[in-house]
Design a protein around this ligand. Sequence first.
Ligand code: AP5
Length: 211
Amino acid sequence: MAQPHILILGAPGAGKGTQSANIAEEFGVEHVTTGDALRANKEMDISDMDTEYDTPAEYMDQGELVPDEVVNAIVDEALSQANGYVLDGYPRNLEQAEELAEMTDLDVVLYLDVSEEELVHRLTGRRLDPETGDIYHVEYNPPEDPEVEGRLEQREDDTEETVTERLRVYRENTEPVVEHYDDEGVLERIDGDQAPEEVWEDVKETIEDSV
Ligand code: AP5
């Protein structure tokens, strides 16, 4: 049987990365994430694409969207190589949603619904393990191992100022994408305000019912 094609939507900090890691492990699919792909290529020279800035970093550090041309190419390449995937961080505007419809079919579209106040708290408290990529939170999910705790890093765009801008960009560009899938009748709304294990139970059940 072909592996499932899963799209996970949600605001910055909604828990997409956290739940995508569970999905990839449980369903044996690839985690395709534009955020991680762009962070790994932050200094890539994109000046020949007629863009406002010369590297993805200049957009990301301000909380702005990296130009579609750059991101579409990353996703197209990653999906063409994946045997089943959970796609996280894309599409972020209606133009990207149109591109995605040309690239692939989706089996399930999940939307993690989280209140804005909680989003800010989650993002400013997030910490990452640079060695494993594991996601932690200073309050909700601190590491047990003091060695891991000592090497945790904060993402450059998780400052309060940049978080505010990311949420504005999300409301303006990505909420219409959520409405688009809702209008198509394919959106599976998950209560993302619950504890991570409870969110995971709902996510897992929804995928199992859909594929
Ligand atoms: P990206 O990396 O995609 O960031 P994002 O969408 O802003 O999402 P995050 O990774 O911040 O949050 P998340 O939902 O994955 O939450 P997480 O699981 O970590 O994009 C970064 C930038 O790249 C963009 O701003 C843009 O510049 C560029 N970019 C990316 N894609 C693009 C595109 N398609 N087009 C153009 N530009 C693009 O959880 C957050 C925290 O909360 C963690 O600390 C976690 O431990 C905690 N947590 C998670 N779940 C729970 C829970 N249920 N309860 C309590 N705490 C929880």
